[in-house]
Write a new protein. Structure first.
Length: 216
């Protein structure tokens, strides 16, 4: 493992230590805890991955809630409680479990560009071979690998943790993610927030959490 990558992984794992701030609420960690300390000075945005209907077609969160006025800590179950009377069909939707649809894959490819990225993928997915030298993050085993832009395509599962060694781009998520916490430079942040292919909301570092994925 290159020195820079080894140092980064060590830093990533340290964010799970006892010194990590506990969340103010009991249903999740602070959003900032899902990106490395080296990237926490960047702008943070939460990307909501589309839901799936009974035909496995993507359905966006923004179909049911105005994300411009929504909390970045919004959980799916909170949304269901709020809108089920008006949109009973939300009870039949399921999480994508981190599997990318075409529009989201293309938007993330554009955001990544030609960056050289590292990733951590959970060893528990059936399609992932278990690593002989796993990295532990939040008590789960992950395998370290390079991430290419072409790896982000429809029908594939997104890695839970991704970063560049330049400190300009990263994301983190829970297992079977229904959303991503993305850290990026202001220009990329503005593009992500304005991208019509994505449902996004701005994160406030000191307040917002990443609630449990309803796909897990």
């Amino acid at each position: 493992m290159p020195l820079g990558t080894r140092r980064f992984v060590t830093t990533l794992v340290l964010m799970t230590s006892a010194t990590t701030p506990l969340p103010e609420r009991g249903d999740g960690n602070f959003a900032r805890d899902f990106v490395p300390p080296t990237h926490r000075g960047l702008r943070l945005v939460r990307i909501f991955l589309p839901l799936l209907d009974s035909a496995r077609r993507p359905v966006r969160w923004s179909q049911f809630v105005d994300l411009e006025n929504a909390s970045a800590s919004l959980s799916w179950w909170e949304l269901v409680d709020e809108v089920a009377d008006d949109f009973p069909e939300v009870r039949d939707l399921v999480s994508c479990g981190g599997e990318l649809d075409e529009a989201t894959a293309e938007a993330l490819q554009d955001a990544v560009g030609d960056s050289l990225l590292q990733s951590l993928r959970w060893d528990g997915y059936w399609e992932n071979p278990a690593s002989s030298n796993p990295v532990y993050v939040y008590e789960h085993e992950y395998s370290l690998a390079d991430l290419l832009r072409s790896d982000l395509r429809a029908g594939t599962r997104i890695p839970e943790f991704v970063w560049d060694e330049a400190g300009t781009f990263a994301w983190g998520a829970r297992l079977y993610p229904d959303s991503l916490i993305v850290a990026c430079r202001p220009g990329n942040f503005t593009k992500l927030r304005a991208d019509p292919r994505l449902d996004t909301v701005t994160i406030r570092l000191e307040r917002d959490i990443l609630p449990p994925s309803f796909g897990d």
